[in-house]
Ligand binder design. Structure first.
Ligand code: AMP
Ligand code: ZN
Length: 302
């Protein structure tokens, strides 16, 4: 049995994760959720004094915002759209007959104005753009959202619905680069406090298709994305538990976000994969929180 299946099986057996019959779609136990809550409190402890504006969006976003973000150009394979039945009574009869016969009843579903949020920061940019130019000190935001990515897998660390906690910085290139560098150091220090082994490496997003290959190379060559990696289901291929993204002026241009000086704003975000961090803690310290090292328990306030 490979390491992925064996960890997933153990998580199911202990009830930390609950099988729904779909890969990457799990229920979470109270104990699993508590680890996430406590880890988020630790994030607050580190980042709380920076004065970020907290905003919580639901896990679905305005389809027009999604379209404007360019997500479908880069990651069409990961997106999830919300469709609904919009027909009349006759259509409804057909729908039920179709279900009864075991045929594909979803064909008549129509796209709604909502798309599942692919990353916690996507709904933020158009929201901030509507406010007008940024203040001199730029913008700093604290986000958390369930995110959807269509990437079914038996690796428990690769979920289809998972939570991302993010800080997003907007402003001059200097402001956002300082933010990103700062969080790379903070991320390492934070993981050391919960005794998780980390490495930071340059990374790329899974851009789609042949054109995507160029985007991947470009992202790497320009050091636009770094990841904090922790071994979870493989020691050879550790898992990205945090990412540090510099978008340059991509979102600033897409949404017309400007600095106080009227320049196109640059943006960066730092994302914590909350389920992945919880899984890393369970993998390294054991599935019973009561048995975790005293220092780790104390750091998390257990
Ligand atoms: P990304 O936007 O891909 O950099 O994702 C931000 C963070 O979310 C990553 O560093 C991961 O920790 C987490 N993440 C990304 N994809 C998944 C997934 N399929 N399942 C669980 N966590 C994920
Ligand atoms: Zn982001």
């Amino acid at each position: 049995m490979d390491m992925q299946t064996s960890l997933l099986d153990r998580l199911f057996e202990t009830g930390l994760l609950i099988d729904t019959g779909i890969e990457g779609l799990y229920g979470r136990s109270g104990s699993f959720e508590e680890v996430i809550t406590r880890f988020e409190a630790l994030i607050d402890e580190v980042g709380g004094a920076d004065g970020a504006e907290a905003i919580r969006f639901p896990p679905g976003m305005n389809r027009a915002y999604f379209e404007g973000s360019g997500y479908m150009k880069s990651f069409p394979q990961l997106a999830g759209t919300v469709h609904s039945f919009c027909g009349n009574e006759l259509d409804h009869m057909h729908l039920l007959q179709c279900m009864e016969a075991g045929d594909d009843w979803t064909k008549g579903q129509e796209a709604t104005d909502i798309v599942l949020t692919p990353a916690a920061c996507y709904p933020l940019y158009p929201t901030v753009a509507k406010r007008g130019a940024l203040p001199t000190e730029g913008g700093l935001f604290d986000l958390q959202s369930y995110c959807f990515r269509h990437e079914p897998s038996n690796d428990p660390a690769r979920m289809q619905l998972f939570r991302m906690r993010e800080y997003v910085r907007m402003g001059t290139p200097e402001q956002v680069m300082a933010f990103r560098n700062d969080w790379m150091e903070r991320g390492k220090a934070l993981m050391a406090r919960v005794e998780l082994p980390v490495e930071i490496d340059v990374a790329n997003d899974p851009f789609f298709g042949r054109a995507g290959r160029m985007m991947k190379n470009n992202q790497r060559d320009q050091n636009l994305k770094f990841e904090l990696l922790i071994p979870i289901t493989s020691t050879a291929k550790p898992t990205a538990c945090m990412s540090f993204n510099y978008h340059q002026d991509h979102f600033g241009k897409s949404w017309d976000i400007s600095t106080a000086d009227g320049e196109v704003a640059h943006t960066a975000c730092v994302g914590f994969g909350l389920e992945r961090i919880a899984l890393a803690l369970f993998q390294h310290h054991g599935l019973d929180v009561g048995e975790w090292p005293a220092r780790v328990r104390a750091t998390l306030g257990y």
